[in-house]
Design a protein around this ligand. Structure first.
Ligand code: NDP
Length: 328
């Protein structure tokens, strides 16, 4: 069945400015790390992508190695672009990245000019796009000079293959240096993609200050701690997951963690929210965070998460209670 986007898709979303740039993102963006590989039927992927766009989610985040197997999330997203979303290309912010292992040998990992330019070409081919809206250096490279890595991002913009560029997982100092190099080249870094959640607050130890100073925005990845900050673990601490995630232990969560999650869930309930909604709203309270970058295996999860913006503002007492529980 041919797709026509919902006519009211922009009726309810308040888009948020990314730093001082001209880019606005939806408060909740959809990442394709999991649930878009070849192990998931394409029709389910299509349903999620259509539903997201119908509800005003204009940003889809990818990387070269999302799948499994590596590359397949981009290939599948390319099919959805071709079959469904193509007429809406100018309404979308599509991002990709290079920086983690992608192909064997010395040129398929980290931050060399060789790798980044080749990987970006491959990503565009898989997605069937002429350009991405944002291309990221996916992680800092301890060896390659930052001028080389950021210079490759600048080249992508000048070649018309990326509209904007950003960095992911760079710490406070690396971010300040990268931003200065980018500015000197005339291609400012507009966005940083760090992990950030109620239980993972490293960005608050300096990074957000640098971002504010540089006029950069952030998009917070894994705001639900890969599903831990949802109702998934509130029972016996063992989650029913759509896919096994190699980065999460198989064992049930320890008792103390489950009881902290139950405490957080109680606060969410008092606020009239689900734990997932409160967790998303919590990262969005940080002024540099333009968007919460979530994953979802089902349309119901997406709807649950999109309603996060309807919650009441946090008061100081709630924030303190959340801090105390997050500490345990
Ligand atoms: P989340 O923390 O949002 O976890 C998403 C998972 O939580 C879903 O797949 C689902 O699990 C579960 N979930 C989501 N919503 C609900 C809900 N309402 N109720 C119950 N369970 C729910 O983030 P991800 O780990 O998926 O990462 C999000 C994105 O961040 C990635 O797709 C990627 O784009 C980006 N990312 C970037 C990285 C980087 O280095 N730059 C690293 C990691 C991620 P299930 O699928 O089991 O149902």
């Amino acid at each position: 069945r041919p797709y026509a986007a919902a006519g009211d898709r922009y009726a309810t979303t308040d888009y948020r400015q990314v730093g001082t740039s001209g880019v606005y993102l939806p408060p909740v963006s959809l990442g394709l790390w999991w649930n878009f590989g070849d192990n998931i039927p394409f029709d389910r992927q299509r349903e999620l992508l259509r539903h997201a766009f119908d509800r005003g989610v204009t940003h889809f985040d990818l990387a070269n190695n999302y799948g499994p197997p590596y590359g397949s999330a981009e290939t599948n997203f390319g099919r959805a672009m071709r079959e469904d979303l193509h007429p809406y290309r100018d309404e979308l912010i599509v991002s990709s990245k290079a920086g983690w292992d992608m192909w064997p040998g010395p040129y398929g990992d980290l931050g060399s000019r060789k790798y980044i330019l080749a990987s970006a070409e491959q990503s565009l081919r898989r997605m069937g796009l002429d350009y991405v809206d944002i291309f990221y250096s996916h992680r800092p490279d301890p060896v390659t000079p930052i001028e080389e890595t950021i210079g490759a991002l600048d080249t992508l913009v000048r070649q018309g293959k990326a509209r904007y560029v950003g960095i992911s997982q760079y710490d406070e100092k690396q971010t300040a240096v990268a931003a200065a190099v980018a500015r000197s080249l005339g291609t400012p870094l507009i966005i940083h993609q760090p992990s950030y959640s109620i239980v993972n607050r490293w960005v608050e130890d300096g990074l957000t200050g640098v971002l504010a100073q540089e006029g950069m925005g952030a998009i917070a990845f894994t705001p639900l701690a890969q599903g831990v900050l949802t109702d998934k673990y509130l029972g016996d601490g063992r989650a029913q997951r759509a896919q096994r995630r190699s980065s999460l232990p198989d064992a049930p969560l320890p008792h103390a963690a489950v009881s902290a999650l139950r405490g957080l869930n109680l606060i969410a309930k008092e606020r009239g929210q689900t734990l997932a909604q409160m967790s998303i709203q919590w990262v969005l309270r940080e002024p540099t965070v333009a968007s919460a970058l979530i994953g979802a295996s089902r349309v119901e999860q997406l709807d649950d998460n999109l309603a996060a913006v309807n919650g009441p503002a946090f008061d100081t007492e709630e924030l303190e209670r959340i801090d105390a529980l997050a500490d345990t």
